[in-house]
Design a protein around this ligand. Structure first.
Ligand SMILES: Nc1ncnc2c1ncn2[C@@H]1O[C@H](COP(=O)(O)OP(=O)(O)OP(=O)(O)O)[C@@H](O)[C@H]1O
Length: 588
């Protein structure tokens, strides 16, 4: 019960913001229309139920004129019901797509807000595969929430209407056992109630493991899909390493979990279907067994008996809502749990950056970057880098070196404001434009122009500007292909990608440019040429490079090294030019 209450609270929290959003007028109107149509359909069911009585009595009495009249009544009722059903589905689908569109927009903006997506990965949170949450789960959540809510509402209204009818019919066809009448008020209602409770309890007992199985199934499927995508993305390396055999093994292992879980679902579903199918078959005959003695004793007519059977069917169906919707409910709870996990994970990633015990990146009025009492840590809490009183002055060119794994890239991540683990402060000039260029720059799939100028809009630079930048970094042959659509990360060599990364920097002209082994794949003369281009075209830009080649020294004013001190690394300027910068040291 507590479980159900907490699921409903989560559903409310996830579902209600749409109906309070800027699209609330459309959302509420569509929902109201769908509900109104559902209620009208229940009213038509009530009319059809009364029609049963008149129609079958006319048949039993061989009354031709009533029979033809009732046929006409049925045609009218059936036509209205068809029209309402068509529009109910249409409006329901319309509501679904608007609701889904809104939720997708909100989730996308929260997930992509201020590096939340990256922090979520760092935390290794429960929200594995955000793509599944945003693409599939939102769609299923909207669809199932609507179908369950409307189904539940319809069941309640049907129940209320038909309980009244069935109560009346209980008087007309009193319970007769062995020729003796028993005056139990509303006995048909009680019979339907007991029948449904028995059905629901047994269904829950047999079907409850399906909730968890369904949750697991979706997880295994997403995991399998994710690994397929990884193979596709790394296909070149896998082919070069002849890793196909290993990949096949790994993928089949993951698929094995999909299959094993599926067998469990199959065997559970088999038991559940055996029960629900027998249960609904028995429901056909059960009301006839109850009313047959009264019919054969001549107390009710055929019409009354059929009306009772139909009303019993409606009450029983409404009461057994959970029986028939069990699989849907199981899937729905799994989806709700996943979306809840996703929301929590976004929230904790968002709060992580603002917790006191995290690295704070703050704006200041000066024009240098200052590290004060900074201690960067690994996600597991172990210290990595300590720095205090260290500054990166405007227009200065710094080369950062240090052993592999010392935390050079992590320091860049912290300055960019995406590495939360640790304490202390990094002051960055207010409104300064920082740009990080990694060893493997990211290019979105699309035109070459859009890929180069990313993250700016494709048309924020003129074709001439882009051509000029591409030529400056030594790729004039690409200047005529700016309109070409491709997966550039896959098509270009790493060296070419690094040159295009530099072209991106030339176009954006940041005040601070952080090059994390951004030219490591180029030969030394090409690397030197690129550094010269940067110096000529971006003379005001402060450059901080991570690199291992000694040839890089010529292009930097000072060298700073990460040196191990105890359990952490500290920043040590190692050239005379920088010696004035009193270093560094621990901060805890
Ligand atoms: N997402 C992460 N989760 C856990 N540990 C991480 C994560 N990212 C980096 N680390 C760890 O932080 C340490 C520093 O990594 P970083 O990439 O900053 O090193 P680096 O000095 O740039 O190394 P290299 O010169 O080899 O590129 C490494 O021990 C690495 O394993």
């Amino acid at each position: 019960m507590n479980n159900l209450r907490s699921t409903l609270a989560i559903v409310w929290r996830i579902a209600i913001p749409y109906f309070r959003s800027e699209d609330k007028v459309a959302g509420r109107s569509l929902l109201a229309a769908v509900i109104a149509i559902e209620l009208s359909l229940v009213a038509i069911d009530v009319l059809v139920n009364q029609w049963y009585n008149r129609f079958y009595n006319a048949l039993q009495d061989r009354n031709w004129s009533t029979f033809t009249w009732e046929l006409g009544v049925f045609i009218v009722l059936a036509s209205v019901s068809v029209a309402l059903s068509v529009y109910q589905l249409y409006l329901n689908q319309w509501l679904q797509i608007r609701w889904r569109q809104w939720m997708t927009r909100v989730y996308l903006s929260q997930w992509l807000d201020r590096a939340n997506h990256y922090r979520m990965q760092l935390k290794g949170d429960a929200a594995d595969n955000p793509d599944q949450r945003i693409a599939d789960d939102v769609q299923m959540f909207v669809e199932k929430t609507l179908s369950i809510t409307i189904g539940l509402l319809s069941s309640i209204v049907t129940l209320a209407s038909f309980v009244v009818i069935l109560w009346g019919l209980s008087e007309a066809a009193p319970l007769t056992i062995g020729g003796q009448e028993f005056a139990i008020p509303g006995y048909l209602v009680w019979a339907a109630l007991i029948y449904a409770i028995f059905g629901t309890a047994l269904t829950h007992w047999i079907g409850s493991p399906l909730v968890n199985l369904s949750f697991q199934q979706q997880r295994f499927e997403a995991d399998f899909r994710f690994n397929l995508v990884r193979v596709r993305e790394n296909s070149e390396q896998i082919a070069l390493l002849r890793g196909e055999h290993a990949e096949r093994g790994r993928l089949m292992d993951r698929f094995g979990s999909v299959i094993d879980n599926w067998y469990n679902i199959m065997s559970r579903t088999k038991r559940l279907t055996a029960f629900t199918a027998s249960y609904s078959q028995a429901a056909v005959i059960f009301p006839f067994i109850l009313t047959a003695p009264a019919y054969f004793a001549g107390k009710i007519q055929l019409g009354g008996m059929l009306q009772t059977s139909s009303a019993f069917g409606s009450v029983q169906k409404a009461l057994s809502f959970f029986v028939s919707a069990y699989r849907t409910l199981a899937d729905w709870r799994a989806i709700v749990a996943r979306l809840d996990g996703f929301e929590m994970s976004i929230e904790s990633a968002a709060t992580l950056s603002s917790e006191p015990q995290t690295v704070g990146v703050v704006d200041h009025a000066g024009d240098s970057i200052e590290l004060a009492q900074l201690l960067l840590k690994l996600p597991n809490g172990l210290p990595l880098i300590a720095a205090d009183g260290f500054s990166i002055k405007s227009s200065e060119r710094t080369l950062l070196t240090g052993p592999s794994g010392a935390g050079k890239s992590t320091l860049f991540r912290a300055i960019a404001g995406v590495w939360p683990f640790g304490s202390g402060a990094i002051s960055v000039p207010a409104h300064a434009k920082l740009m990080m260029l990694p060893q493997r720059p990211y290019f979105p799939i699309g035109t070459l122009q859009a890929a180069i100028v990313y993250p700016a809009a494709p048309d924020s630079f003129s074709v001439e500007q882009v051509k000029d930048a591409v030529a400056a970094v030594g790729l004039p042959q690409l200047a005529d292909r700016l309109d070409e659509d491709a997966h550039w990360n896959r098509m270009l060599s790493l060296g070419e990608q690094q040159r295009l990364g530099m072209a991106r920097a030339l176009l954006h002209g940041p005040q601070y440019l952080f090059l994390d082994e951004a030219t490591a794949s180029l030969d030394e003369p090409s690397e030197a040429r690129l550094y010269r281009v940067i110096a000529e075209r971006l003379p005001q830009t402060t450059v901080v490079s991570i690199g291992h080649r000694s040839t890089l020294h010529d292009f930097h004013d000072r060298k700073v090294e990460l040196i191990r001190e105890g359990d952490r690394f500290t920043l040590r300027p190692t050239t005379p030019a920088a010696a004035a910068d009193a270093p560094t040291g621990g901060a805890e």
